[in-house]
Design a protein around this ligand. Structure first.
Ligand code: OAD
Length: 249
């Protein structure tokens, strides 16, 4: 296997018709100032997911759960996409077949202009009526009332996938199909420990894709990646995308 990432990409024979996928995690937004989950200052170092990110936690204390999401919404609303988010949009513009699969709920990929994307774990500015199941965008920061309610009188919940919940079927099926069809998959800023997202690079690799990981630290995905670029996404990804463009006929 080529260890040098440029040599690896150069050998791929990419064309505009190649299928390119990108799987992102919290690390891609770290340089925007959005906290990750498992790093030194990660959210799960200070908070327990079972207290805040489960259906049981919401049933027990919806106001507490909403306070936490309101705080996170406030952080995210004040942040901007970074060069890594924009590089992914540039990558999308090279290829006719492209899908971004993100575990992030911050909406920064949308704001950077990426169009073909699946938000596997939901969207933090989305709200869902617990009675009717209807979803809508709510950009209010901070929320005027906690917990918020739907016009029908029922509680609204964050439109997020919590621990113990299934991913939206359409989203995971689309992500799996794209992973299996990939010629090239970039895996950026994810610890690779949360399933089923973490299984997508395995699907891609098994189907013959070239897997390129970008992460400052090793992850469980590193051994299966064809190459790993060690570094911060905002520094490295723009350079990787320029190289991909130069190797695409
Ligand atoms: P984690 O916080 O688990 O992992 C972040 C990864 O990003 C780590 O591997 C870091 O080494 C890497 N990283 C940090 N800074 C980086 C940078 N500047 N550039 C590139 N990489 C960097 O976040 P996720 O893998 O996204 O789920 O976590 C997966 C899921 O676990 C989340 O979607 C969330 C969480 O519980 C739900 O809330 C359902």
């Amino acid at each position: 296997m080529p260890q040098d990432w440029r040599a690896g990409l150069a050998g791929l024979d990419l064309s505009r018709d190649s299928y390119v996928t990108v799987l992102t995690g919290a690390g891609v937004s770290a340089e925007s100032g959005v906290p990750t989950f498992r790093g030194e200052d990660g959210l799960w170092k200070t908070y327990r997911p079972e207290d805040l990110a489960t259906p049981q936690a919401f049933a027990a204390d919806p106001a507490l759960v909403w306070e936490w999401y309101d705080w996170r919404r406030g952080i995210i609303a004040g942040r901007e996409p970074n060069p890594a988010h924009y590089a992914i949009t540039d990558l999308e513009n090279i290829f006719e077949r492209f899908l971004l699969i993100t575990q992030n709920v911050d909406g920064l990929h949308r704001r950077a202009g990426t169009r073909n994307l699946v938000e596997l774990h939901g969207y933090i500015f989305g709200v869902r009526c617990v009675a009717e199941g209807t979803t809508m965008e709510n950009l209010e920061v901070p929320l005027a009332s906690i917990p918020p309610h739907c016009d029908c009188g029922a509680l609204l919940r964050p439109d997020i996938v919590w621990f113990g919940e299934a991913l939206p079927e359409g989203a995971i099926l689309k992500a799996m199909e794209a992973s299996r069809a990939s010629d090239l998959m970039l895996v950026v800023g994810t610890s690779g420990v949360v399933y089923p997202a973490a299984s997508l690079p395995v699907l891609a690799k098994e189907a013959g894709a070239f897997v390129l990981e970008i992460n400052p630290d090793p992850t469980p995905i590193t051994p299966l990646a064809d190459v790993t670029v060690r570094g911060k996404a905002g520094d490295v990804l723009p350079e990787v995308v320029v190289a991909i463009r130069s190797f695409t006929s």
